[in-house]
Design a protein around this ligand. Structure first.
Ligand code: ATP
Length: 243
């Protein structure tokens, strides 16, 4: 996000709702975009930032396309919607995307950039990734820094998601806050209320599309039409990615 962008939004006189959606995005696909669109419809975000995650070479479990390719695809996919913003938040100082960057620091960065009264940050995440959150750096702090919107995935129950959150982080019931949440999310189920933040569940948005499947198809020369946006498909073909 640029300073100009932040200033432009700051000029609006209403509290801002900013979503951040991180991933390997190798490549960004129609499943990610469906989640983003559904979350945007439900929560009415002012901006939704797609963050291609950094991946230092020594941390690689699997081979990932280099950061510039993953970012380029995110930027192409983000042209679909005026609220979608391709983010370099995890690119690092040299923009290489090879320095380790933790989500908790990324959220701190966004909180710093959007600190007007009433501004809220929402962290969009798939349910499978949310189940892993206890392995993330300072995850208890992270859960208290911003609201979460979990995109449910087949076979994962609300109770399992709730169990991920340590009992001492759960906040007390507060009817004023419950009313506020209702205005924010129009009946979206709530996984948990923490002291200052809320974890929401976005149902019926997950699809079977996965980046793994798309890479596999591309490597076999099979069509990926419809699984990624047209511009991203064209980019993958022109750059001969995943071949
Ligand atoms: P891979 O197949 O390489 O593991 P992926 O398709 O899961 O990749 P990621 O970039 O790792 O994509 O995912 C980023 C985020 O999007 C994660 O929080 C993940 O849970 C979520 N996500 C990915 N695919 C879907 C989908 N089809 N429906 C809902 N959420 C998804």
């Amino acid at each position: 996000m640029t300073t100009a962008q932040a200033n432009r939004t700051a000029a609006k006189h209403h509290p801002r709702r900013i979503a951040i959606f991180g991933g390997s995005f190798d490549p960004i696909h129609s499943g990610h975009l469906a989640v983003a669109r559904a979350a945007d419809r439900r929560f009415n975000f002012d901006e939704l930032h797609f963050i291609a995650a950094s991946r230092p070479p020594h941390k690689l479990k699997q081979h990932l396309a280099p950061f510039p390719h993953r970012f380029a695809m995110v930027a192409l996919a983000a042209t679909e919607h005026p609220h979608f913003v391709p983010s370099l938040a995890e690119a690092g100082e040299d923009f290489s995307g090879t320095q380790l960057q933790y989500s908790v620091d990324t959220v701190r960065y966004f909180r710093h950039a959007y600190h007007g009264q009433g501004d809220r940050i929402f962290f969009i995440i798939g349910a499978d990734a949310f189940l892993d959150i206890p392995t993330w750096k300072e995850y208890e702090t992270l859960l208290g820094l911003c609201d979460f919107v979990i995109a449910n995935r087949p076979g994962i129950r609300l109770e399992a998601l709730r169990l991920v959150i340590p009992p001492d982080l759960h906040g007390r019931r507060d009817s004023k806050r419950e009313k506020e949440e209702e205005t924010v999310a129009h009946g979206t189920p709530i996984v948990a209320r923490l002291d200052k933040t809320t974890v929401y569940l976005l149902e019926n948005v997950a699809s079977e599309v996965s980046a793994t499947d798309i890479r596999r198809r591309a490597s076999r020369g099979q069509s990926i039409h419809g699984l990624v946006s047209a511009r991203v498909e064209e980019y993958i073909l022109k750059q001969r990615l995943y071949r």
